[in-house]
Ligand binder design. Structure first.
Ligand code: ADP
Ligand code: GLC
Length: 484
């Protein structure tokens, strides 16, 4: 029998994206479909989302969704069912999904995403006659309150709905003060240590983790790391207490969007068998970034510019990279001081460092298709997708040994190189000496072109599809439904 899952996410490609969560939420319906799971995605009605809906049908209305009018619209996304929360007071605004055009978080994010969670719980509870669901899958703090509402505020006698809470990033948890509790419309007993209360306020992710039938995160290593204070961000005790209910399922990539043999963003297509064709992409990328053409390695970075991503340490290592004859093309945005520091580095090293501040999907494809190595020096990385795209495109990942980076890249140590299984370079601590060492190692490997080609090929042969992980989610759903 087909399992019907409501996937609740605050961003989904191709409609709205600030990070990897959108890629994953966008890819999941197709990943689980072969395993007899029909996944419906539920998304807030930001302006771009409403605009993309062709002839939307209203399936349900709320006169007061935490105090505001709202409608539920139905549509399709990449051929899969889509539900959109059209609530203009919450979501019809300029700017990003979580912040205004200046990058400041909206003050009422707690209310916007509590309302989103409340609506998700209503839908999962059967509010829309034509849409019934067997399970709710909530992603990150923006969706987490759905599980708290299901647990504490379902109608009397409602059948329990099993749920999965996926942590894409423990660093973002969602919180509001105790004074907001009354506005959430939860019963008084929800305010408890194993309920929504967290450090004297309401913890959104915390509430979801307490309520979920099962918790997943996006790599096995991160699932272990978040049991410790260094990575658990205050929730390590809760994670440990949920024991066997916590597991790690590594992300795949959408090979329809990311395939160097067919990618329309690339000047030259290539495959495992025609790697020399990448050279044309490298030349095009050099000219796009105003870099001197050369034989030395061209490093790329495609990243949010934040502390998580270790960008501050990378900045310290730039002179070393250039000193060895390397060049760097960076695409990213985020921390203003980091953005300025990259502009300054580009001025200091004209022709060697190229910088694009902003967000550009097509350019990110060209960089993976033309760069020699992608640097991902993250301090923590629940899964990470850019190293997976790098593997698929022969752009060798140079990564910190943490989270999903540790799980998806095989370090080019002597044994791995001799065995033909090395796919990248890993380093242990995100510090100046370790990153400098990793960059130096990358140069040594690069200049031994036979070895380098072997690393590229082994990466491109890696199974980074959704196959195994799609099955893992489907198996988990089936187990949880059987428990009810
Ligand atoms: P995170 O979600 O923590 O930012 P991931 O590696 O999981 O990290 O996902 C980041 C996603 O966003 C990838 O698809 C990456 O290619 C994309 N990305 C990040 N920054 C940019 C940018 N400036 N322009 C285009 N794509 C970007
Ligand atoms: C988060 C994490 C990233 C992960 C992505 C998708 O944004 O920071 O590591 O790949 O979610 O799961």
């Amino acid at each position: 029998m087909t399992i019907k899952v409501l996937s609740v996410a605050s961003e989904v490609v191709p409609l709205v994206k600030t990070g990897g969560l959108a890629d994953v939420a966008g890819a999941l319906p197709a990943a689980v479909a072969p395993h007899d799971v029909e996944m419906t995605t539920f998304l807030p009605g930001y302006p771009a989302v409403i605009k993309a809906l062709a002839r939307p049908r209203a399936l349900h209305t709320w006169d007061s969704l935490l105090g505001e009018k709202a409608r539920l619209l139905g549509g399709k996304i990449d051929g899969h069912p889509l539900l959109v929360l059209d609530a203009p007071a919450y979501f019809q605004r300029d700017g990003g999904p979580y912040s205004d055009s200046e990058g400041r978080d909206w003050d009422d994010n707690w209310r916007r995403f509590a309302a989103f969670g409340r609506a998700a719980a209503d839908i999962a509870g059967g509010a829309v006659k034509s849409r019934k669901f067997d399970l709710v899958h909530a992603h990150d703090w923006q969706a987490a309150m759905a599980l708290a509402y299901l647990r504490f505020a379902s109608p009397d006698g409602a059948r329990p709905v099993p749920s999965v809470m996926t942590i894409h990033n423990m660093a973002f948890q969602g919180f509001c003060g105790a004074d907001k509790f009354a506005a959430l419309g939860l019963p008084p007993h929800a305010w408890s240590l194993d309920g929504v209360e967290y450090h004297g306020g309401v913890g959104f992710l915390k509430a979801g983790l307490e309520a979920a039938s099962a918790i997943t995160t996006v790599s096995p290593t991160y699932a272990r790391e978040i049991r410790t204070p260094e990575f658990g961000m205050g929730l390590e005790g809760l994670i440990v207490s949920r024991g066997e209910r916590v597991s790690g399922i590594v992300n795949g990539i959408d090979t329809g969007q990311w395939n160097p043999e067919r990618d329309s963003a690339l000047p030259a297509h290539f495959s495992l068998k025609s790697l020399p064709k990448r050279q044309a992409n490298k030349r095009a990328l050099e000219s796009e970034f105003g870099l001197e053409p050369g034989d030395g390695p061209l490093f790329v970075v495609i990243s949010r510019l934040t502390w998580q991503k270790g960008i501050d340490v990378l900045l310290e290592c730039i002179d070393h990279l250039v000193g060895l004859g390397g060049r760097l093309a960076l695409l990213g945005s985020g921390d203003k001081a980091m953005e300025n520091a990259f502009h300054a580095a580009a001025m200091r090293h004209p022709g060697r460092i190229g910088v694009r501040i902003g967000y550009d999907e097509a350019l990110s494809h060209r960089m993976q298709g033309g760069g020699d190595a992608i640097l991902v020096p993250s301090r923590f990385e629940p899964c990470g997708l850019t190293q997976l795209y790098g593997l698929a495109y022969g752009c060798v990942p140079v990564v910190a040994r943490t989270g999903g980076l540790a799980d998806t890249v095989i370090d080019a140590n002597l044994a791995a190189v001799m065995g033909g299984v090395a796919t990248g370079v890993q380093f242990n601590r995100v510090t100046y000496p370790s990153l400098v060492d990793a960059i130096s190692r990358t140069f040594t490997l690069y200049w031994q072109q036979d070895i380098w080609r072997g690393i590229q090929r082994a990466g491109m042969k890696t199974d980074f599809s959704w196959g195994r992980s799609g099955k893992a989610y489907a198996d988990l759903y089936a187990r949880l439904i059987a428990e009810v």
